[in-house]
Design a protein around this ligand. Structure first.
Ligand code: ADP
Ligand code: 5GP
Length: 209
C-alpha cells in the first residue's frame, strides 16, 4: 500500500473517525468541521442512494456501481469496502491530495473495517477515534429517529454494530456519545491536543511512508 500512496505528492496528517452507523459520527464530524477550518472532510465515493438532505459532491460522490468498479480497476481508491451488501464506499486518492496541498488535515468518516485499513496505511500523524453510544438500545433508538433505515436495514446495522464494537480497543481514543454537548466538547479537546502534538507536518517526499 505504501507504494500506492506515493501517487500523492504531499503527505500530511489524518484524523480517522469511526463508529457503528447511528453512533453520531456524522453529527460530530459536522461539528468539528464548523470548529476547525484546517480540518477538511474526505468525501468518499459511494454507490448507495442519496438521502434527501444529502448533496452530491459534499456529503459523498454518489456514483453507479459501474463507475465505482472503474475507480477500483484504475487504482484510484486508497481503500474501499462493501459496507452493506451491494453498497460500496471508498476513499479517492485525489481527495487526500487536494486537502494536503492546501496545507490542511484530512478528516475521515469511515466504517470500522475501513478505519482499521486506513490506520495501517499512513506513516504520518494519525489520530483514530472510535465513537459509541452508551448502549445498543440507544443506538437502535437513534437509528429509528433518523428515519433513514427500513426495518431490515435497521436490523442489519444493529447486528453489524455488535461486531464493530469489539474492535473499539484498536483505536487511539474511544468516545462515548451520550449527551451531545459533552461529546462535542470532548472531541474538540482531543483534536486540539492532537494538533499541538503534530510531529511530521506536511512532507513533499513520500520516502518515509
Ligand atoms: P452516524 O453518522 O454515526 O451514522 P448520525 O450522526 O447520523 O450517526 O447520528 C444518528 C442519529 O442520532 C441522528 O439522528 C443524530 O441527530 C442523533 N444523535 C447524534 N448524537 C446524539 C446524541 N448525543 N444524543 C441524541 N441523539 C444524537
Ligand atoms: P452511511 O450510509 O450511513 O452514510 O455510511 C455507512 C457507513 O459507511 C458509515 O460507517 C460510514 O462511515 C462508512 N463510510 C463512508 N465512507 C467510507 C469510505 O470511504 N470507506 C469505508 N470503508 N467506509 C465508509
Amino acid at each position: 500500500m505504501s507504494s500506492e500512496l506515493i501517487k500523492t505528492k504531499v503527505i500530511g496528517p489524518v484524523i480517522i473517525i469511526t463508529a457503528p452507523s447511528g453512533s453520531g459520527k456524522t453529527t460530530l464530524v459536522k461539528y468539528l468541521l464548523s470548529q476547525f477550518p484546517s480540518l477538511n472532510f474526505s468525501i468518499s465515493a459511494t454507490t448507495r442512494t442519496k438521502r434527501p438532505k444529502e448533496e452530491d459532491g459534499k456529503d459523498y460522490h454518489f456514483v453507479t456501481t459501474d463507475i465505482f468498479q472503474s475507480f477500483r480497476e484504475q487504482g484510484l481508491l486508497v481503500e474501499w469496502e462493501e459496507v452493506y451488501p451491494n453498497q460500496f464506499y471508498g476513499t479517492l486518492y485525489s481527495e487526500l491530495t487536494k486537502i494536503w496541498e492546501r496545507g490542511n488535515i484530512v478528516l475521515f468518516d469511515v466504517d470500522v473495517k475501513g478505519a482499521l485499513a486506513l490506520k495501517s496505511k499512513f506513516n504520518t500523524d494519525v489520530l483514530s477515534i472510535f465513537i459509541k453510544t452508551p448502549s445498543l438500545d440507544i443506538l437502535r433508538e437513534r437509528l429509528k429517529k433518523r428515519l433513514t433505515e427500513t426495518e431490515e436495514s435497521l436490523e442489519k446495522r444493529i447486528s453489524k454494530a455488535e461486531q464493530e464494537i469489539s474492535y473499539a480497543h484498536s483505536f487511539d481514543i474511544v468516545l462515548v456519545n451520550d449527551v451531545l454537548e459533552d461529546a462535542q466538547q470532548q472531541i474538540v479537546d482531543i483534536i486540539n491536543h492532537f494538533m499541538t502534538q503534530l510531529k511530521h507536518t506536511w512532507k513533499h517526499d513520500a520516502t518515509n511512508l
